[in-house]
Design a protein around this ligand. Structure first.
Ligand SMILES: [Cu+2]
Length: 201
């Protein structure tokens, strides 16, 4: 965090506010939708579920950012191994990246359509997207800085809490681009839904 200006302070406040949504953890977790009824019953018996699964994410641009990318997430127990590659980002700038979703495990996060721009300024702001993708459930830190070509290649392991599950109810959102000559670290620039990768067994 260089140049810790008033603007970045207010950005941090906004992010902190989003994180506070995750404070209320749920005890009930809905089993992943891909599980069979029998699998669900067995999972409940063993108090564990869907322990190992791979998810893929196709990241599509938001706000005409020109950003695209993809991610794979390997779930092993309560650990996720995230590998994310993206291109078209603002070069040499830090890009926040999060798993967004709803703490209500029955509610699916989606990438916001252009109609999410409720103030009509032509851009979907971080806050305007929240009704669609929900608050931050997992910050994929340390946030990467795009290289001189605007690419990132990111790998990291995280422990996840129940609130992040089921994973396929969530989306990944990348943030940060110039708006009217000023770098807006919060504005969403790409989004993609987590999808269960069918390994054919
Ligand atoms: Cu985010």
């Amino acid at each position: 965090m260089k140049n810790f200006s008033k603007k970045s302070t207010s950005i941090l406040a906004a992010v902190a506010m989003l994180f506070s949504f995750t404070a209320c953890e749920q005890n009930e977790v809905t089993p992943d939708a891909s599980m069979s009824a029998q699998g669900v019953a067995e999972a409940h018996k063993t108090k564990s579920m869907n322990l190992n699964q791979t998810y893929t994410v196709e990241l599509m641009e938001l706000n005409n950012s020109g950003v695209s990318g993809m991610a794979t997430i390997e779930l092993t127990g309560d650990m996720v191994d995230v590998h994310l590659q993206a291109a078209g980002l603002t070069p040499n700038m830090e890009h926040m990246q999060h798993i967004h979703g709803f703490t209500d495990s029955n509610k699916n996060a989606v990438c916001p359509p252009m109609s999410a721009d409720t103030d009509g300024d032509g851009l979907i702001s971080l806050v305007e997207g929240v009704p669609y993708y929900g608050p931050v459930l997992l910050a994929l830190t340390p946030y990467p800085t795009a290289d001189a070509a605007g690419s990132v290649n990111f790998m990291r392991d995280y422990g996840i809490s129940k609130v992040v599950r089921p994973l396929q109810n969530n989306v990944i959102v990348l943030h940060g681009m110039y708006v009217d000559g000023v770098y807006d670290a919060t504005i969403p620039v790409a989004c993609g839904q987590l999808k269960v990768m069918n390994r054919g067994n």
